[in-house]
Design a protein around this ligand. Structure first.
Ligand code: PMV
Length: 379
């Protein structure tokens, strides 16, 4: 039964009617989106099927860390037929073979959802606001930007997504197929992904927006400290796969769901103690799961631990509510309320910056979600 439901869900957006015909008036156009990255507070770690999460997760949507994607299209004289995509891709002005191949494969896999893609010549240009290997999830922002572009293209060509709710839900669904956590990047402030009994609208298929927080948790700050720039020794894809044999997996999935409900409640009521306890526990558990995978691996570096210890000591001594989280990598996200920005940023400059590679860190904060690039001036 579960398998049947899964198959039905996968087909939920399949639509053979989205084909260009002689009656289609548009023959070329351009769509463009700026999409932010996100930082998970309760982590998605473990998946099944086509990017379905083993547990519910929640993230803050970022702002400064984003991807700009421009997608131009022109109708081909003849349909390139049978699942072939006609794509030219550049990243930051240069051809980027590895991502181009990944994108082409992804677009091919989307043909049942967007059959018109094989009737177009596509030119995709993409750029990130943050450097490579900076500890920012570029797959989240880049896949979310691609998803938004595809939905805008559908809207331009067929006018089928004029309902905003439906547009964002579909964009989130498509982003999820590209990179699980990307589905949370299409909503401003924060997003929850994965079915949870206490959130009626929650789904494994797409994320839902969460904006109702106590003022303390609005406009939260995230300073991303780059303590190591090396390529990760184990990819997220491999890390998710190792959860299938992790002896603590079942307990972990249950814990994540409990954490999520308690965290959202804390963010709604302004309960900082619970927020800090859960957010830091989530970071530690994520890395503990890596350490007790078979084979075991460690993505933290010595300076990751030094930063963590300094944050905890500073918090204890000053009572300033600053905490940390980690992604699947060594770099540390320092989280703090906007009203404590001055003292926390002085602390970062004095004590944490010396632990960063070349003193490099990125000052980010919670943002409003994707922006259509016609609405901004590109620097
Ligand atoms: O979306 P993926 O497959 O890159 O996995 C992301 C996993 C974490 O960043 C570690 C956690 C999360 O929820 O974003």
């Amino acid at each position: 039964m579960k398998n049947l439901n899964q198959q039905a869900r996968f087909r939920m957006y399949n639509n053979p009617k989205l084909k260009l015909t002689n009656a289609t008036s548009i023959s070329s156009g351009q769509v463009a989106w700026r999409c932010p990255s996100n930082i998970a507070l309760v982590k998605y770690w473990g998946k099944y099927g086509i990017q379905y999460p083993r547990n519910t997760s929640i993230s803050y949507t970022l702002s400064a860390a984003h991807t700009d994607t421009f997608m131009s299209y022109k109708t081909l004289a003849t349909d390139s037929q049978n699942g072939k995509i006609n794509l030219a891709f550049t990243f930051e002005g240069k051809p980027q073979g590895a991502f181009a191949a990944k994108l082409e494969k992804f677009l091919n896999s989307l043909l049942p959802i967007f059959p018109f893609l094989s009737q177009l010549e596509l030119v995709v240009e993409s750029a990130n606001s943050f450097p490579h290997s900076s500890g920012i999830a570029s797959s989240a922002s880049s896949m979310a930007a691609i998803a938004c572009c595809l939905c805008s293209m559908e809207q331009q060509l067929f006018n089928t997504l004029s309902d905003e709710t439906e547009f964002w839900r579909k964009a989130s669904y498509i982003a999820r197929l590209g990179s699980g956590s990307a589905c949370r990047s299409v909503y401003g402030t924060a997003a929850i992904w994965g079915e949870h009994p206490e959130f009626a609208a929650s789904s494994n298929d797409f994320a839902i927006q969460q904006t109702e927080f106590h003022p303390l948790f609005q406009n939260y700050k995230d300073a991303v400290l780059i303590v190591d720039r090396a390529e990760k020794s184990v990819s997220s894809r491999a890390g998710h796969a190792l959860m299938e044999t992790n002896p603590y997996a079942a307990t972990r999935y249950e814990q994540a769901n409990t954490h999520l409900a308690a965290l959202v409640k804390a963010m709604q009521t302004g309960d900082m103690t619970t927020f800090i306890r859960i957010v830091e526990a989530e970071a530690m558990v994520l890395h503990a799961l890596m350490m007790c995978s078979e084979p075991s691996y460690i993505l933290m570096r010595p300076n990751t631990l030094s930063v963590i210890e300094k944050i905890r000591t500073y918090r204890q001594e000053t009572k300033v509510p600053v905490c940390f989280t980690l992604d699947a990598g060594p770099n540390v996200h320092v989280l703090y309320p906007e009203k404590h920005a001055a003292e926390v940023e002085a602390f970062i400059l004095n004590e944490l910056e010396p632990l960063c590679v070349d003193g490099y860190w990125i000052a980010d904060q919670v943002g409003k979600g994707p922006i259509a690039l016609s609405e901004v001036t590109i620097a």
